[in-house]
Design a binder for this molecule. Structure first.
Ligand code: PMP
Length: 388
């Protein structure tokens, strides 16, 4: 199915590759197919493409040097390398890890895995908007806390965290701050040096780049080890032949994001705010996440008495794709841990609808989206045994 007559509002789950990125990177699938570890020309051309991409990504986040960027295959892999690689490498300094209650499962599960192997894993609570409780964070961090992982912005509720304040707290008593910036990068400016970040996760496909590439920023001096031994690529931290097409594309996507972010975000904020203004007029509907400190492309709601899955399917029949919680956990019928963490009851959390905007959206689509959301909610409520 193509996106001709549809309005796609689920960019947090998947984005199309930007055609400029594809045009730039496609030669690395065909003519420039070499292995960056090969010493002859075709190999060195591929190595140059990887190194050029490293520079572009370093520039997007204002990293000290391009050497700080390690390529992986996904945000999930970057999160695993950041958490497990740092925890194991610094084991003699302490065996505690900490995450916010609203982290992505690709952060929570590596920490649970460490817990099974003898580490202490604590979670810091968030307020009703999803902002990390800084007082509790101060109390929880101690000299044994090797990795603290707090996401830059949440993919389900859009809330942006006060990262530089968090970094100060982490560094007062603990060791390293890891930030999952998968949802935030390319939407809001990130400056790892100003923010005081030690490790930062990025994902290519969340920047309109190809799938199959991720990156981990590792601040100079941070001690980390590989979690997947092999041929020793990427400074020995991530073995395996590089996916040059995806990596080159990710760099180009980062370059474009840096150049266009300000204008594009201002454009999306107008659409976002109009959607929030109109959709919260529906009876018993509420915005989830922070009303102001939220991603420019993120509008998320909950509706009483109905199920998010039914909303999603009804909207899809009429050509509008939305999400309900995270695509990664949509295989389970459990309510989203993020919505529970912000204090919603199970039945409230089940009625969530998430809209994440992108390049294909424009302000003229808003009336159609709002009309369909309103009709869908009314139709489902007529059928719902929970309706008052
Ligand atoms: N972190 C966040 C915040 C995400 O939204 C996602 C999913 N897009 C991931 C990590 C994992 O990304 P992937 O499934 O591409 O590895």
């Amino acid at each position: 199915m193509v996106l001709m007559d549809t309005i796609y509002l689920d960019h947090a789950s998947a984005m199309p590759i930007d055609s400029r990125v594809f045009d730039f990177a496609k030669k690395y699938l065909t003519d420039y197919f070499g292995n960056p570890s090969s010493l002859y020309n075709i190999g060195q051309d591929a190595k140059e493409a990887v190194d050029e991409s490293r520079k572009k990504i370093a520039e997007l986040i204002n990293a000290e040097t391009d050497k700080t960027i390690i390529f992986t295959a996904s945000a999930t892999e970057s999160n695993n390398l950041a958490i497990r690689g740092t925890a194991y490498r610094n084991i003699k300094d302490g065996k505690e890890v900490l995450a916010s209650a609203i982290e992505h499962i690709s952060v929570i599960n590596p920490m649970k895995d460490l817990q099974k192997n003898g580490w202490i894993f604590n979670t810091v609570l968030v307020d009703k908007y999803g902002v990390v409780d800084l007082e509790q964070l101060k109390k929880m961090i101690n000299k044994n806390t090797i990795v603290t992982s707090i996401m830059y912005a949440n993919n389900e509720i859009g809330t942006i965290q006060p990262i530089s304040e968090i970094a100060k707290i982490v560094h007062e008593k603990g060791h390293f701050l890891h930030v999952d910036a998968t949802a935030a990068a390319g939407r809001i400016p990130i400056d790892v040096q100003k923010d005081g970040i030690d490790l930062l996760t990025l994902s290519s496909n969340d920047l309109y780049g190809p799938r199959g590439a991720g990156a981990l920023y590792v601040k100079p001096g941070v001690k980390i080890q590989s979690v997947m031994p092999g041929g020793g690529q990427e400074r020995g931290l991530r073995s395996g032949t590089e996916n040059v097409f995806a990596i080159a594309g990710m760099g180009e996507a980062a370059r474009i994001a840096k150049k266009e972010m300000k204008d594009e975000s201002n454009r999306l904020i107008k659409i976002r705010d109009k959607l929030i203004q109109e959709i919260t007029k529906i009876d018993d509907s509420y915005l989830t996440g922070h009303p102001k400190n939220r991603l420019p492309n993120h509008a998320s709601f909950r509706f009483s008495y109905i199920e998010g899955e039914s909303i999603l399917l009804n909207m899809d029949i009429h050509g509008i794709q939305v999400a309900t919680g995270s695509a990664c956990s949509s295989k389970t019928l459990e309510p989203s841990h993020v919505l529970i963490a912000i204090g919603l009851k199970h039945e409230e959390a089940h009625g969530s609808m998430v809209m994440t905007l992108g390049q294909s959206n424009n302000i003229d689509q808003v009336p159609k989206i709002v009309k369909l959301a309103k009709e869908t909610v009314e139709r489902l409520r007529k059928l719902s045994p929970l309706t008052k």
